[in-house]
Write a protein that binds this ligand. Structure first.
Ligand code: NAD
Ligand code: UDP
Ligand code: UDP
Length: 337
C-alpha cells in the first residue's frame, strides 16, 4: 500500500453546499481524509453523493453554532448560507452561524493547534464606494438592513479570526470570496447565475432586478477552489484577508443576454424591484493573490456559463422538466479539474 506522508484529515464545514462539495472532492482526490460537517440547511446530499461510499470521506450532520469535538489536522470553515434569499430567511441563525460558528471552529483549531481558513466574502465591502475593491478598503456596510445578518456576521467572523491570531497565535487564513458560480448550485438557490440559467432553460421570464445596470464579477468554481487550496497551503505569515475572484465585470443585463445567447432560449427579460442595499458595483483587485499565491482565474465567463448550463440542463431533466432552446454544450466535466 502506498503511504501518503502528506495526507491530512481535513474538516470542511458546509461541505455539502455548492463550494464545499467541490472542495471536499478536490481534497479527497489529493489523497486526504475529509470530514464534512453540515446541517443541510442549504446543502444537499446530491452534491456529495459520489463521495459517500469513499473510505476517505466522512459526513457528520451537525450545526456549527454548537461546539464540536473532533480530531483533525486542518479546518476550512465554509458553513453559512450564501444566497440572499436563504440567509435572510432566518437572519438570526445566519449571524449565529457566522459568529458562534466561527468561535467554535476557532476554539477547535486552538485546542488542536491547527490551521483554519475562513470563507469570508466581498460582502464585507458592502455597497462599495471604492472601485475596484482592494483588501485595504474597510467597506460601506449598513449595520441594520436586511443584508446585515450576513455582512456583519462575516465581518465579525473576520474580527474573531484576527483576534485568535493575535491573542492565541493561531494559524489563520481569510479568503474574501467574490461571486462564484458553477455546477452544484441549487436550482432554487436564488442567486443570479442559477436564476437566469434555470429561467432561460425552462422558457420562463428572466428576472432582472432594477434596470440590471448593477455589476458583479463572476468566478468559476474550480478557479475559486484552487485559490482556497493555495491560500491554505501558503506560508504561515500569509493570513489574508485576500480577495479571490475573477475581475471580469459585467452588468446583470449583460449576464442575462449571455445566458440567452448560450442557451438559445427565447425567454423575455423582465424587470423586478431591486432588493434593499443591493451593491451597485463589485469587482476585486487580485494583485495580492497573484503575488502571494501565484493565483489567477483561468476560466472566462462564457466558458464557465456553458459548463454551468450543461449541469443545470441535466439536473432539470432529472427532475422531469421540459427544456427549451437550441444548443450543443460540452459536459460540465470538460473544464472541471
Ligand atoms: P451554500 O449555501 O451552497 O453552502 C453553505 C453550506 O453550509 C450548506 O451546505 C449549508 O447546509 C451549510 N450550513 C449553513 N449553516 C450551517 C450551520 N449552522 N452548521 C453547519 N452547516 C451549515 O453556499 P456556498 O456558495 O457554497 O458558500 C460557501 C461559503 O462561501 C459560505 O460561507 C459563503 O458565505 C462563502 N461565500 C460564497 C460565495 C459564492 O459566491 N458562492 C461568495 C462569497 C462567500
Ligand atoms: N470548542 C469546540 N471544540 C473544541 C474546543 C472548543 O467546539 O475542540 C468551542 C468551545 O465550546 C468554546 C469555543 O469553541 O465555546 C471557543 O473555545 P475557546 O477555547 O477559544 O474559548 P473558551 O472555551 O475559553 O471560551
Ligand atoms: N439579481 C437579478 N436577478 C435575479 C437574482 C439576482 O437581477 O434573479 C441581481 C441582484 O439584484 C444583484 C446581482 O444580481 O444585483 C447578484 O445577486 P446575487 O444574489 O447572485 O449575489 P449578491 O447580490 O450577493 O452579489
Amino acid at each position: 500500500m502506498t503511504v501518503l506522508f502528506s495526507q491530512k484529515r481535513i474538516l470542511v464545514t458546509g461541505g455539502a453546499g455548492f463550494l464545499g462539495s467541490h472542495l471536499c472532492r478536490r481534497l479527497v482526490k489529493q489523497g486526504h481524509e475529509v470530514l464534512c460537517v453540515d446541517n443541510f440547511c442549504t446543502g444537499t446530499r446530491r452534491n456529495i453523493i459520489d463521495l459517500l461510499d469513499d473510505p476517505k470521506f466522512d459526513l457528520l450532520r451537525h450545526n456549527v453554532t454548537f461546539p464540536l469535538f473532533v480530531e483533525v489536522d486542518e479546518i476550512y470553515n465554509l458553513a453559512c448560507p450564501a444566497s440572499p434569499i436563504h440567509y435572510q430567511m432566518d437572519p438570526v441563525q445566519t449571524t449565529k452561524t457566522s459568529v458562534s460558528g466561527a468561535i467554535n471552529m476557532l476554539g477547535l483549531a486552538k485546542r488542536l493547534k491547527i490551521r483554519i481558513l475562513q470563507a469570508s466574502t466581498s460582502e464585507v465591502y458592502g455597497d462599495p464606494v471604492v472601485h475596484p475593491q482592494p483588501e485595504e478598503y474597510w467597506g460601506n456596510v449598513n449595520p441594520i438592513g436586511s443584508r446585515s445578518c450576513y455582512d456583519e456576521g462575516k465581518r465579525c467572523a473576520e474580527t474573531l479570526f484576527f483576534d485568535y491570531y493575535r491573542q492565541h497565535n493561531l494559524g489563520i487564513k481569510v479568503a474574501r470570496i467574490f461571486n462564484t458560480y458553477g455546477p452544484n448550485m441549487r436550482p432554487d438557490d436564488g442567486r443570479v447565475v442559477s436564476n437566469f440559467i434555470c429561467q432561460a432553460l425552462l422558457g420562463e421570464d428572466v428576472t432582472i432586478y432594477g434596470h440590471g445596470q448593477q455589476t458583479r464579477s463572476f468566478c468559476y468554481v474550480t478557479d475559486l477552489i484552487d485559490g482556497l487550496d493555495r491560500l491554505m497551503n501558503s506560508p504561515p505569515n500569509i493570513t489574508g484577508p485576500i480577495n479571490i475572484g475573477n475581475p471580469g465585470e459585467f452588468t446583470m443585463r449583460e449576464l442575462a443576454e449571455k445566458v440567452l445567447a448560450i442557451t438559445g432560449s427565447k425567454s423575455k427579460l423582465v424587470e423586478r424591484s431591486l432588493p434593499e442595499d443591493d451593491p451597485k458595483q463589485r469587482k476585486p483587485t487580485i494583485e495580492l493573490a497573484g503575488k502571494l499565491l501565484g493565483w489567477r482565474p483561468t476560466i472566462n465567463l462564457d466558458e464557465g456559463l456553458k459548463s454551468t448550463i450543461a449541469y443545470f440542463e441535466g439536473l432539470l431533466r432529472e427532475h422531469g422538466k421540459a427544456i427549451v432552446g437550441d444548443r450543443t454544450l460540452q459536459p460540465s466535466s470538460a473544464i472541471d479539474k
